[in-house]
Design a protein around this ligand. Structure first.
Ligand code: FAD
Length: 417
């Protein structure tokens, strides 16, 4: 792996950066691994990295049906925050947020984590009460979150229209200052490069099409488009396609897959210094380092595996953005795209064993799993390595949909980006 150092950067700078070479290998699949991870998004690659780095399990393959980062990891609006309502969610997202703070140093790769603050707007009395409840709950969990009046919100984000005649008047906002954004591709590439350096095989264009089983039913490996690969343990982190993959093992998961869209504007000079979210109107906005406004919408209302959502969803989002920031009305939108998000009934993830011995699953991150990437990967690696749940991931079981011990962030937040 090419090391990044002052000397290598200086010598490449004078060499027009022609000498870097590939950041990770492109190995052919071996016949057998200790662990196979299905899905080359941030969660899968991160899992492989922590298996190698923290647990010394380096005989690992990440199998990706397309290209790494081609799923939701490379399609999201990169919002990072940990101010969730319930103790279990606050713990898991805060675990991740703490890891974001040092991730560039850990991976020796700049993931461009930018704690610029995440501001959630309150438009109704109901919003106001809910956000204040969130703030108190967060503080009890040692998580920063503060209430801002409408004027204070505009001081943080000067373009915001707080006039009370607006269709969605801003009554105030909750601000998590440690929240922010990171560069999604860099997260994928950073994990890939670091995992590869520890001996993990990253195998692209390799779709898992079935499972190999021992006579007793336990997992013996996977069938893929590049042949069978044996493994002692298989961890699935396939986001919107998790239910499709798990069905091949005969399992039905409590998941629905929906298209979720994002879009970016033409680049402009810095105008939005933080992330602004409006759950009530399903609009999210930040500004990339290139200057583009990065805008997220809500999910389509129907289940689908199409990576294109309905035009009316983005058009509704843009209506809301123009209400909140009237000065953006004449901006042009440059690109829009969709991803397939895996949504559980309580909008909380699942990190658990399955009823098939040797088969583990990490899914259900839905519209909000980018922020969890380092934490989720760390906790899933722990489960795969030790066959025991880490205390932070222990509540996120499959069983909760049978017992009723839900972690109902759907009711708490309505939206979970
Ligand atoms: C438009 C949009 C905006 C979002 N905004 C945010 C946000 O602001 N903040 C936030 O926290 N989250 C956000 N999310 C959610 C976030 O992107 C996801 O929760 C997260 O990236 C999931 O990561 P992952 O690694 O689990 O999945 P992915 O990156 O989707 O990786 C799963 C991989 O599995 C592969 N795969 C599937 N089936 C197979 C198979 N059979 N064999 C081999 N490989 C397979 C896929 O090709 C894919 O690459 C957003 C999502 C979308 C779509």
């Amino acid at each position: 792996m090419p090391r990044f150092s002052l000397t290598s950067l200086l010598s490449e700078a004078v060499n027009a950066h022609r000498g870097w070479g590939p950041q990770w290998r492109k190995p052919a699949p071996q016949r057998a691994y200790d662990v196979v991870v299905v899905g080359g998004g941030g969660h899968g690659l991160g899992t492989a990295y922590y298996l190698a780095r923290k647990h010394g399990i380096t005989n690992v393959a990440v199998l990706e049906k397309g290209w790494i980062g081609g799923g939701n990891s490379g399609r999201n609006t990169t919002i990072i925050r940990s101010n969730y309502l319930y103790d279990e969610s606050a713990a898991i997202y805060e675990h991740a947020l703490k890891m974001w703070e040092n991730l560039s140093q850990t991976l020796q790769y700049n993931v461009m984590y930018s704690p610029r603050g995440v501001m959630m707007l309150a438009h109704t009395q109901h919003d106001l009460q809910i956000f204040k409840r969130h703030i108190y709950a967060n503080r009890l969990n040692g998580i920063d979150n503060e209430w801002l009046t409408a004027e204070e919100a505009r001081a943080v984000c000067p373009g915001l229209d707080i006039s009370q005649g607006a269709r969605y008047p801003v009554l105030g906002a909750a601000l998590q200052r440690r929240g922010g954004t990171a560069r999604h591709d860099a997260v994928v590439w950073g994990y890939a490069r670091a995992a590869d350096a520890l001996g993990v095989d990253i195998i692209e264009n390799c779709e898992v099409t079935g499972f190999l089983r021992h006579p007793g039913g336990a997992i013996a490996g996977v069938e893929t488009t590049r042949g069978p690969i044996r493994a002692r343990r298989v961890g699935v982190a396939a986001a919107g396609h998790t239910s499709v993959v798990m069905a091949r093992a005969g399992l039905r998961l409590p998941l629905e897959s929906f298209p979720l869209q994002a879009l970016v504007s033409e680049p402009v000079k810095p105008v939005v210094p933080c992330v602004v979210m409006s759950n009530a109107v399903h609009a999210y906005l930040s500004q990339s380092d290139k200057g583009e406004l990065v805008i997220g919408a809500g999910t389509d209302q129907y289940v689908s595996y199409s990576q294109q959502g309905g035009l009316h969803i983005t058009s509704h989002t843009l209506d809301a953005i123009c209400e909140l920031f009237p000065q953006f009305r004449r901006m042009k939108m440059m690109r829009a795209w969709g991803g397939i998000v895996d949504v559980t009934p309580d909008r909380s993830p699942i990190i658990d064993r399955t009823s098939v011995e040797g088969l583990y699953v990490n899914c259900g991150w839905g519209t909000g799993g980018f922020k969890a990437t380092p934490g989720s990967a760390d906790l899933f690696a722990h489960l795969l390595a030790t066959d025991a749940a880490h205390p932070i991931s222990a509540p996120f079981t499959l069983d909760r949909f049978r017992t009723g011990r839900l972690i109902d962030e759907a009711a708490a937040a309505a939206v979970a980006h």
